[in-house]
Design a binder for this molecule. Sequence first.
Ligand code: GLY
Ligand code: MN
Ligand code: MN
Length: 423
Amino acid sequence: MPIDYAARRARIAPQLGLTDEILLAGAGQPIAKPEISDAQLPFIAHQEYYYLTGLADAMGGVIAYDPKSGWVSFVPEVTEAERVWEGRTQQPGELLGKLPGWLAARQGRRIVLLGAPVAGVAADEPRTAEVREAYKHSRRVKEPAEIDLMNRCAVATTAGYAAIQPLLRPGVSERQLQIELEAEYFRHGAQVTGYDSIVGIGAQSAVLHGTPSPDRVAKDGDFILIDSGAQLDRYVIDVTRTYVAGQPTAFQRDLAAAVLSAEVRACARCRPGAEWKDVHFGAALDMVGALVTMGVMKGKPESLVEQEAHTLFFPHGLGHMLGLGVRDASGLEPGRAKDPRPSLRTLRMDLILRPGYIVTVEPGLYFIPALLNDPARRAKYRDAVNWPLAEKCLGLGGVRFEDNLLITEGAPVNLTAAIPKGI
Ligand code: GLY
Ligand code: MN
Ligand code: MN
Protein backbone atom coordinates (compact mmCIF):
# COMPACT_ATOMS: atom_id res chain seq x y z
CA MET A 1 0.00 0.00 0.00
CA PRO A 2 2.18 2.93 -1.22
CA ILE A 3 1.80 6.40 0.26
CA ASP A 4 0.24 8.81 -2.26
CA TYR A 5 2.35 11.93 -1.72
CA ALA A 6 0.49 14.11 -4.24
CA ALA A 7 -2.81 13.33 -2.49
CA ARG A 8 -1.17 14.02 0.86
CA ARG A 9 0.12 17.44 -0.27
CA ALA A 10 -3.33 18.30 -1.61
CA ARG A 11 -4.87 17.37 1.75
CA ILE A 12 -2.28 19.23 3.83
CA ALA A 13 -2.14 22.54 1.91
CA PRO A 14 -5.50 23.97 3.01
CA GLN A 15 -4.76 23.05 6.63
CA LEU A 16 -1.67 25.26 6.83
CA GLY A 17 -3.57 28.54 6.99
CA LEU A 18 -1.46 30.22 4.29
CA THR A 19 -2.81 33.30 2.58
CA ASP A 20 -0.21 35.21 0.58
CA GLU A 21 2.91 33.58 2.05
CA ILE A 22 4.95 31.01 0.19
CA LEU A 23 6.12 27.86 1.89
CA LEU A 24 9.45 26.07 1.51
CA ALA A 25 10.60 22.88 3.23
CA GLY A 26 14.25 21.86 2.97
CA ALA A 27 15.57 18.29 3.05
CA GLY A 28 18.90 19.35 4.57
CA GLN A 29 22.50 18.87 3.54
CA PRO A 30 24.78 15.88 4.01
CA ILE A 31 27.35 16.07 6.82
CA ALA A 32 30.92 14.84 6.36
CA LYS A 33 32.19 12.25 8.81
CA PRO A 34 34.76 13.83 11.14
CA GLU A 35 37.54 11.57 9.90
CA ILE A 36 39.18 13.60 7.12
CA SER A 37 37.86 11.44 4.31
CA ASP A 38 35.23 11.81 1.61
CA ALA A 39 32.72 9.73 3.60
CA GLN A 40 29.48 11.20 4.93
CA LEU A 41 27.21 10.44 7.85
CA PRO A 42 24.05 8.60 6.77
CA PHE A 43 21.76 11.23 5.27
CA ILE A 44 18.34 11.56 6.89
CA ALA A 45 16.04 13.95 5.05
CA HIS A 46 14.27 16.34 7.42
CA GLN A 47 11.02 14.84 8.69
CA GLU A 48 8.98 17.89 7.57
CA TYR A 49 10.39 17.55 4.04
CA TYR A 50 10.10 13.77 3.88
CA TYR A 51 6.44 13.77 4.91
CA LEU A 52 5.59 15.92 1.87
CA THR A 53 7.81 14.16 -0.70
CA GLY A 54 8.79 10.64 0.38
CA LEU A 55 12.26 11.48 -0.99
CA ALA A 56 14.71 9.93 1.44
CA ASP A 57 17.98 10.97 -0.17
CA ALA A 58 17.31 14.18 -2.12
CA MET A 59 20.20 15.99 -0.43
CA GLY A 60 19.53 19.72 -0.54
CA GLY A 61 16.05 19.14 -2.03
CA VAL A 62 13.32 21.74 -1.47
CA ILE A 63 9.55 21.35 -1.75
CA ALA A 64 7.81 24.67 -2.44
CA TYR A 65 4.18 25.75 -2.26
CA ASP A 66 2.49 28.88 -3.46
CA PRO A 67 -1.22 29.00 -2.58
CA LYS A 68 -1.75 30.68 -5.96
CA SER A 69 0.06 28.12 -8.12
CA GLY A 70 0.50 24.90 -6.10
CA TRP A 71 3.38 22.59 -5.23
CA VAL A 72 6.79 22.24 -6.93
CA SER A 73 9.49 19.78 -5.89
CA PHE A 74 13.05 20.97 -6.55
CA VAL A 75 15.59 18.14 -6.51
CA PRO A 76 19.39 18.10 -6.80
CA GLU A 77 20.89 17.34 -10.20
CA VAL A 78 22.60 13.98 -10.02
CA THR A 79 26.33 14.25 -10.73
CA GLU A 80 28.51 11.92 -12.76
CA ALA A 81 30.43 11.01 -9.59
CA GLU A 82 27.17 10.03 -7.86
CA ARG A 83 26.18 7.89 -10.85
CA VAL A 84 29.60 6.20 -10.83
CA TRP A 85 30.20 5.72 -7.10
CA GLU A 86 26.67 5.31 -5.76
CA GLY A 87 24.60 4.26 -8.78
CA ARG A 88 22.23 7.19 -8.31
CA THR A 89 19.76 8.22 -10.98
CA GLN A 90 18.00 11.56 -11.48
CA GLN A 91 14.99 12.00 -9.21
CA PRO A 92 11.76 13.39 -10.66
CA GLY A 93 11.03 17.08 -10.16
CA GLU A 94 12.44 20.45 -11.18
CA LEU A 95 16.19 20.85 -10.85
CA LEU A 96 17.31 22.91 -7.86
CA GLY A 97 18.91 25.44 -10.22
CA LYS A 98 15.39 26.68 -11.00
CA LEU A 99 14.56 27.54 -7.39
CA PRO A 100 16.12 31.06 -7.46
CA GLY A 101 13.96 31.97 -10.49
CA TRP A 102 10.84 30.58 -8.78
CA LEU A 103 11.61 32.70 -5.72
CA ALA A 104 12.45 35.81 -7.77
CA ALA A 105 9.03 35.62 -9.42
CA ARG A 106 7.54 35.85 -5.90
CA GLN A 107 9.80 38.56 -4.52
CA GLY A 108 8.45 40.52 -1.57
CA ARG A 109 6.17 37.78 -0.29
CA ARG A 110 6.70 36.37 3.19
CA ILE A 111 8.41 32.99 3.34
CA VAL A 112 7.46 30.21 5.72
CA LEU A 113 10.46 27.87 5.99
CA LEU A 114 9.89 24.37 7.30
CA GLY A 115 12.37 21.50 7.38
CA ALA A 116 16.08 22.25 7.14
CA PRO A 117 17.46 25.72 6.30
CA VAL A 118 17.63 26.65 2.61
CA ALA A 119 20.70 28.70 1.61
CA GLY A 120 19.95 32.35 0.94
CA VAL A 121 16.34 32.17 2.16
CA ALA A 122 15.23 34.38 5.07
CA ALA A 123 12.12 33.08 6.78
CA ASP A 124 9.38 35.01 8.52
CA GLU A 125 10.04 33.41 11.92
CA PRO A 126 6.73 34.15 13.67
CA ARG A 127 4.68 32.88 10.70
CA THR A 128 6.97 29.87 10.38
CA ALA A 129 6.34 28.98 14.03
CA GLU A 130 2.57 29.22 13.53
CA VAL A 131 2.54 27.23 10.31
CA ARG A 132 4.83 24.57 11.81
CA GLU A 133 2.26 23.97 14.57
CA ALA A 134 -0.58 23.75 12.02
CA TYR A 135 1.50 21.37 9.87
CA LYS A 136 2.32 19.18 12.85
CA HIS A 137 -1.34 18.99 13.78
CA SER A 138 -2.32 18.08 10.21
CA ARG A 139 0.12 15.12 10.33
CA ARG A 140 -1.28 13.59 13.51
CA VAL A 141 -4.07 11.44 12.11
CA LYS A 142 -2.44 8.49 10.37
CA GLU A 143 -3.32 7.43 6.84
CA PRO A 144 -4.07 3.74 6.15
CA ALA A 145 -0.71 3.40 4.33
CA GLU A 146 1.14 4.69 7.40
CA ILE A 147 -0.69 2.24 9.66
CA ASP A 148 0.16 -0.53 7.22
CA LEU A 149 3.87 0.35 7.38
CA MET A 150 3.77 0.37 11.16
CA ASN A 151 2.04 -3.00 11.23
CA ARG A 152 4.90 -4.35 9.12
CA CYS A 153 7.40 -2.84 11.58
CA ALA A 154 5.45 -4.49 14.40
CA VAL A 155 5.71 -7.91 12.69
CA ALA A 156 9.51 -7.56 12.46
CA THR A 157 9.71 -6.31 16.05
CA THR A 158 7.59 -9.21 17.29
CA ALA A 159 9.95 -11.64 15.55
CA GLY A 160 12.94 -9.96 17.23
CA TYR A 161 11.48 -10.18 20.72
CA ALA A 162 10.48 -13.83 20.11
CA ALA A 163 14.02 -14.70 18.97
CA ILE A 164 15.67 -13.51 22.17
CA GLN A 165 13.37 -15.33 24.61
CA PRO A 166 15.70 -18.37 24.97
CA LEU A 167 18.64 -16.03 25.68
CA LEU A 168 17.06 -14.28 28.67
CA ARG A 169 19.15 -16.14 31.24
CA PRO A 170 22.08 -15.48 33.53
CA GLY A 171 25.25 -15.12 31.45
CA VAL A 172 23.75 -13.14 28.56
CA SER A 173 25.17 -9.68 27.83
CA GLU A 174 23.30 -6.55 26.79
CA ARG A 175 25.18 -6.52 23.50
CA GLN A 176 24.32 -10.16 22.71
CA LEU A 177 20.65 -9.43 23.19
CA GLN A 178 20.87 -6.33 20.99
CA ILE A 179 22.61 -8.26 18.19
CA GLU A 180 20.11 -11.12 18.11
CA LEU A 181 17.11 -8.80 18.42
CA GLU A 182 18.15 -6.49 15.61
CA ALA A 183 19.34 -9.28 13.29
CA GLU A 184 15.88 -10.82 13.52
CA TYR A 185 14.25 -7.46 12.65
CA PHE A 186 16.38 -7.28 9.52
CA ARG A 187 15.53 -10.87 8.55
CA HIS A 188 11.88 -9.82 8.78
CA GLY A 189 12.13 -6.82 6.49
CA ALA A 190 13.25 -3.97 8.73
CA GLN A 191 15.76 -1.58 7.15
CA VAL A 192 17.21 -0.21 10.41
CA THR A 193 16.05 0.16 14.00
CA GLY A 194 13.69 3.03 14.76
CA TYR A 195 16.16 4.44 17.31
CA ASP A 196 19.21 3.13 19.16
CA SER A 197 18.08 -0.04 20.96
CA ILE A 198 18.13 0.18 24.73
CA VAL A 199 19.12 -2.99 26.59
CA GLY A 200 19.77 -2.58 30.32
CA ILE A 201 20.72 -5.34 32.74
CA GLY A 202 20.54 -4.95 36.53
CA ALA A 203 21.15 -1.35 37.67
CA GLN A 204 21.43 -0.33 34.01
CA SER A 205 17.72 -1.07 33.54
CA ALA A 206 17.11 2.22 35.38
CA VAL A 207 19.11 4.21 32.79
CA LEU A 208 16.30 5.50 30.63
CA HIS A 209 18.23 5.78 27.35
CA GLY A 210 21.28 3.61 28.06
CA THR A 211 23.56 2.04 25.45
CA PRO A 212 24.01 -1.77 25.44
CA SER A 213 27.43 -2.99 26.52
CA PRO A 214 29.16 -6.35 25.96
CA ASP A 215 30.57 -6.01 29.48
CA ARG A 216 27.28 -5.99 31.36
CA VAL A 217 26.25 -9.61 31.81
CA ALA A 218 23.10 -10.85 33.57
CA LYS A 219 23.40 -12.49 36.98
CA ASP A 220 20.68 -14.59 38.52
CA GLY A 221 17.79 -12.30 39.49
CA ASP A 222 18.78 -9.29 37.37
CA PHE A 223 16.16 -7.24 35.60
CA ILE A 224 16.65 -7.08 31.81
CA LEU A 225 14.91 -4.10 30.21
CA ILE A 226 14.70 -3.94 26.42
CA ASP A 227 13.32 -0.90 24.56
CA SER A 228 13.66 -1.30 20.81
CA GLY A 229 11.74 -1.38 17.54
CA ALA A 230 12.08 -1.89 13.82
CA GLN A 231 11.94 0.83 11.15
CA LEU A 232 10.67 0.68 7.58
CA ASP A 233 10.57 3.64 5.18
CA ARG A 234 11.12 6.01 8.10
CA TYR A 235 8.17 4.56 10.09
CA VAL A 236 8.91 3.23 13.52
CA ILE A 237 7.67 0.91 16.26
CA ASP A 238 8.74 1.52 19.88
CA VAL A 239 8.34 -1.36 22.35
CA THR A 240 9.62 -2.01 25.87
CA ARG A 241 9.54 -5.26 27.77
CA THR A 242 11.18 -6.12 31.09
CA TYR A 243 12.28 -9.61 32.11
CA VAL A 244 14.22 -11.21 34.95
CA ALA A 245 17.19 -13.51 34.37
CA GLY A 246 16.46 -16.56 36.49
CA GLN A 247 14.10 -16.31 39.43
CA PRO A 248 12.45 -13.00 40.31
CA THR A 249 11.95 -12.06 43.95
CA ALA A 250 8.49 -11.31 45.33
CA PHE A 251 9.46 -7.62 45.34
CA GLN A 252 10.43 -7.73 41.65
CA ARG A 253 7.14 -9.46 40.83
CA ASP A 254 5.19 -6.80 42.71
CA LEU A 255 7.08 -3.98 41.00
CA ALA A 256 6.51 -5.48 37.55
CA ALA A 257 2.84 -6.15 38.34
CA ALA A 258 2.41 -2.52 39.42
CA VAL A 259 3.79 -1.22 36.13
CA LEU A 260 1.95 -3.74 34.01
CA SER A 261 -1.38 -3.09 35.65
CA ALA A 262 -0.89 0.69 35.24
CA GLU A 263 -0.01 0.14 31.59
CA VAL A 264 -3.05 -1.99 30.86
CA ARG A 265 -5.34 0.50 32.62
CA ALA A 266 -3.76 3.47 30.81
CA CYS A 267 -4.22 1.70 27.46
CA ALA A 268 -7.92 1.21 28.23
CA ARG A 269 -8.23 4.96 28.87
CA CYS A 270 -6.91 5.81 25.41
CA ARG A 271 -10.27 6.74 23.94
CA PRO A 272 -11.18 9.65 21.65
CA GLY A 273 -11.54 12.86 23.64
CA ALA A 274 -9.24 11.70 26.46
CA GLU A 275 -6.76 14.30 27.68
CA TRP A 276 -3.30 12.76 27.50
CA LYS A 277 -2.32 14.54 30.72
CA ASP A 278 -5.16 12.77 32.52
CA VAL A 279 -4.06 9.40 31.17
CA HIS A 280 -0.53 10.22 32.38
CA PHE A 281 -1.67 11.20 35.89
CA GLY A 282 -3.97 8.16 36.04
CA ALA A 283 -0.97 5.87 35.47
CA ALA A 284 1.08 7.81 38.04
CA LEU A 285 -1.69 7.41 40.59
CA ASP A 286 -2.02 3.67 39.92
CA MET A 287 1.72 3.13 40.34
CA VAL A 288 1.97 5.27 43.47
CA GLY A 289 -0.90 3.28 44.97
CA ALA A 290 1.06 0.09 44.34
CA LEU A 291 4.26 1.58 45.80
CA VAL A 292 2.35 2.51 48.96
CA THR A 293 1.01 -1.05 49.20
CA MET A 294 4.56 -2.35 48.72
CA GLY A 295 5.81 -0.09 51.51
CA VAL A 296 8.09 1.97 49.28
CA MET A 297 6.03 5.17 49.51
CA LYS A 298 4.04 6.49 52.44
CA GLY A 299 0.83 8.51 52.46
CA LYS A 300 -2.30 8.95 50.38
CA PRO A 301 -1.65 8.24 46.70
CA GLU A 302 -3.68 11.28 45.52
CA SER A 303 -1.75 13.59 47.79
CA LEU A 304 1.60 12.05 46.79
CA VAL A 305 0.84 12.64 43.11
CA GLU A 306 -0.35 16.16 43.93
CA GLN A 307 3.06 16.79 45.54
CA GLU A 308 4.72 15.32 42.41
CA ALA A 309 6.38 12.64 44.57
CA HIS A 310 5.73 10.07 41.81
CA THR A 311 8.54 11.67 39.79
CA LEU A 312 11.05 10.07 42.18
CA PHE A 313 10.23 6.66 40.68
CA PHE A 314 8.42 7.60 37.43
CA PRO A 315 10.40 10.55 36.10
CA HIS A 316 9.28 10.49 32.46
CA GLY A 317 6.06 11.07 30.58
CA LEU A 318 3.57 8.31 29.83
CA GLY A 319 4.34 8.35 26.11
CA HIS A 320 4.40 10.19 22.82
CA MET A 321 3.11 10.06 19.27
CA LEU A 322 4.73 7.52 17.04
CA GLY A 323 5.00 7.02 13.31
CA LEU A 324 7.33 9.02 11.12
CA GLY A 325 10.15 8.90 13.66
CA VAL A 326 10.05 7.91 17.29
CA ARG A 327 8.46 11.17 18.47
CA ASP A 328 6.52 11.85 15.25
CA ALA A 329 4.23 14.88 15.67
CA SER A 330 4.16 15.03 19.48
CA GLY A 331 3.72 18.44 21.09
CA LEU A 332 0.86 20.68 22.08
CA GLU A 333 -2.81 20.79 21.25
CA PRO A 334 -3.36 23.82 18.94
CA GLY A 335 -3.58 27.02 20.96
CA ARG A 336 -2.10 25.50 24.11
CA ALA A 337 1.00 26.65 25.97
CA LYS A 338 3.35 24.25 27.73
CA ASP A 339 1.92 23.22 31.11
CA PRO A 340 4.25 24.78 33.71
CA ARG A 341 3.97 22.00 36.31
CA PRO A 342 7.49 20.63 36.93
CA SER A 343 6.28 17.02 36.81
CA LEU A 344 5.03 17.60 33.25
CA ARG A 345 8.34 18.94 31.96
CA THR A 346 9.12 15.50 30.54
CA LEU A 347 5.64 14.88 29.08
CA ARG A 348 6.29 14.91 25.33
CA MET A 349 2.73 15.72 24.33
CA ASP A 350 -0.25 17.59 25.69
CA LEU A 351 -2.97 16.52 23.30
CA ILE A 352 -6.57 15.37 23.18
CA LEU A 353 -6.64 11.86 21.69
CA ARG A 354 -8.43 11.46 18.36
CA PRO A 355 -9.19 8.46 16.14
CA GLY A 356 -6.22 7.80 13.87
CA TYR A 357 -3.57 8.91 16.34
CA ILE A 358 -0.86 6.38 17.20
CA VAL A 359 0.70 6.81 20.64
CA THR A 360 3.01 4.90 22.93
CA VAL A 361 1.90 4.00 26.45
CA GLU A 362 4.99 3.39 28.55
CA PRO A 363 4.79 3.72 32.32
CA GLY A 364 7.83 2.68 34.35
CA LEU A 365 9.13 2.51 37.91
CA TYR A 366 12.86 2.81 38.57
CA PHE A 367 15.34 3.17 41.40
CA ILE A 368 17.57 5.86 39.91
CA PRO A 369 20.54 6.85 42.12
CA ALA A 370 20.79 10.34 40.57
CA LEU A 371 17.25 11.09 41.79
CA LEU A 372 17.05 9.09 45.01
CA ASN A 373 20.44 10.25 46.33
CA ASP A 374 19.67 13.91 45.65
CA PRO A 375 19.66 15.73 49.03
CA ALA A 376 17.05 18.28 47.91
CA ARG A 377 14.60 15.55 46.92
CA ARG A 378 15.30 13.62 50.09
CA ALA A 379 14.48 16.69 52.14
CA LYS A 380 11.38 17.62 50.12
CA TYR A 381 9.97 14.09 50.18
CA ARG A 382 11.25 13.05 53.63
CA ASP A 383 7.84 11.73 54.73
CA ALA A 384 6.69 10.45 51.33
CA VAL A 385 9.19 7.62 50.98
CA ASN A 386 10.39 4.72 53.08
CA TRP A 387 13.99 5.84 52.52
CA PRO A 388 15.76 2.83 54.10
CA LEU A 389 13.85 0.53 51.73
CA ALA A 390 14.40 2.80 48.71
CA GLU A 391 18.11 2.86 49.51
CA LYS A 392 18.23 -0.93 49.62
CA CYS A 393 16.69 -0.98 46.15
CA LEU A 394 19.37 1.24 44.58
CA GLY A 395 21.08 -1.10 42.13
CA LEU A 396 17.91 -3.05 41.41
CA GLY A 397 17.20 -1.03 38.26
CA GLY A 398 13.70 -0.57 36.94
CA VAL A 399 10.73 -1.86 34.98
CA ARG A 400 8.95 -0.41 31.95
CA PHE A 401 6.30 -1.81 29.62
CA GLU A 402 5.56 0.01 26.39
CA ASP A 403 2.97 -0.65 23.69
CA ASN A 404 1.87 1.28 20.60
CA LEU A 405 -1.82 2.07 20.32
CA LEU A 406 -3.94 3.16 17.40
CA ILE A 407 -6.80 5.29 18.72
CA THR A 408 -10.13 4.40 17.16
CA GLU A 409 -13.77 5.40 17.70
CA GLY A 410 -13.99 2.50 20.15
CA ALA A 411 -11.32 0.55 22.03
CA PRO A 412 -7.75 1.25 20.93
CA VAL A 413 -5.93 -1.25 18.70
CA ASN A 414 -2.67 -2.40 20.24
CA LEU A 415 -0.20 -2.72 17.34
CA THR A 416 2.32 -4.48 19.59
CA ALA A 417 -0.03 -6.86 21.41
CA ALA A 418 1.70 -9.90 19.89
CA ILE A 419 4.82 -9.30 22.01
CA PRO A 420 4.11 -11.02 25.34
CA LYS A 421 4.34 -8.92 28.52
CA GLY A 422 5.37 -9.99 31.99
CA ILE A 423 8.66 -10.82 33.65
N1 GLY B 1 12.26 4.41 22.81
C1 GLY B 1 12.68 5.41 23.67
C2 GLY B 1 11.60 6.21 24.22
O1 GLY B 1 10.46 5.97 24.03
O2 GLY B 1 11.90 7.16 24.88
MN1 MN C 1 10.68 3.13 23.93
MN1 MN D 1 8.61 5.48 23.58
